[in-house]
Design a protein around this ligand. Sequence first.
Ligand code: SF4
Ligand code: SF4
Length: 356
Amino acid sequence: MAKVGILKATYSAPGIERLLEPLGGIERFIEKGDRVLLKVNLLSAREPEKAVTTHPEFVRAVAMAVRKAGGRPCIGDSPGGTFSQRTLRKAYKWSGLEDLAGEEDIPLNYDTGVRRLDIPKGKRLLRSPVCNYVLDSDKVIALPKLKTHSFQYLTLACKIMYGAIPGLTKAKYHAQFPRRASFADMLLDVLMLVKPQLVIMDGILGMQGQGPASGDPVKLGWVLASTDPVAMDITVCRVLGIEPVGIPVLKRAKIRHLWPERIEYPLLKPEEISITGFKLPNTADHLLTGKKPPGKSPIVTDKCIGCGDCEEICPKGAITVDDEVARLDYSKCIRCFCCHEVCPENAIKLGTVKVK
Ligand code: SF4
Ligand code: SF4
């Protein structure tokens, strides 16, 4: 049986101690002197109020709890794009994590090294590079942001450890696993390989609509904690009124017998905070309407400044920046939406295009 703690919270009072009490307190997961990785969601260099990244005040609260228990917190993720110190520096700065790290003397990871690991029980991946910053930690506490995701519909606890895979390898896996189901299976392979000891979700300010980078911030006011990422994501679906098996990674988790038999809610119950009208990305309209999903494609709008980030990340070479504007070759595009995720200007929308 899995346990999921749910509480109402704000960034000035995130209630981490109370949230973790039913799970045995943070001391249950940490030994004195442990290097504890706080695996944040640091998709790209955005301000905290955009709700793209885990909020620094939420990270602060968890870091302080870790320190109180005798652990040594450090912060890390592999953002979209190249896994370089430059990318990390920019993302830490914009997300507010650089200021937090300075104020509280918390190390930020700048090690971009990787090791190749075998995944003997992998369904899709049998071997993969994995970032040193994850492997060199004694314990991992994952801090996902509650967000939508145009390709996988939601990005929650089951997807947070995808940041253990270095930068552009993530884009390569989009090309290798272009279908939602195979990609979801690959996410589960990674999760099983580097499963965090604890997941604490920042659902105080979430994202709805066209996530994970260009959706709309939405005030939700929740924090969740569990040792079971699948149970946590099922819980979020229940709160949002979404059928869990409609989310590809949860469907694959069910098929792979990774669903808990029962979920206990020692604090609030999902029905006590459930909401209606949460907006999914338009790629997931069918989850609400029951109709067959329309084929959405990325469309470059006139907000494009020609920065080239989408060209760099596209796993199929379907984008060329020419005359400071990105141009798409739809005959090569596999609709992975990596370009939509990384565009710093929100210049790529998803819609229906007639492909000749
Ligand atoms: S679409 Fe976005 S990421 Fe691509 S070149 Fe234009 S601004 Fe940059
Ligand atoms: S153009 Fe965008 S959606 Fe299409 S393959 Fe490239 S990154 Fe993926």
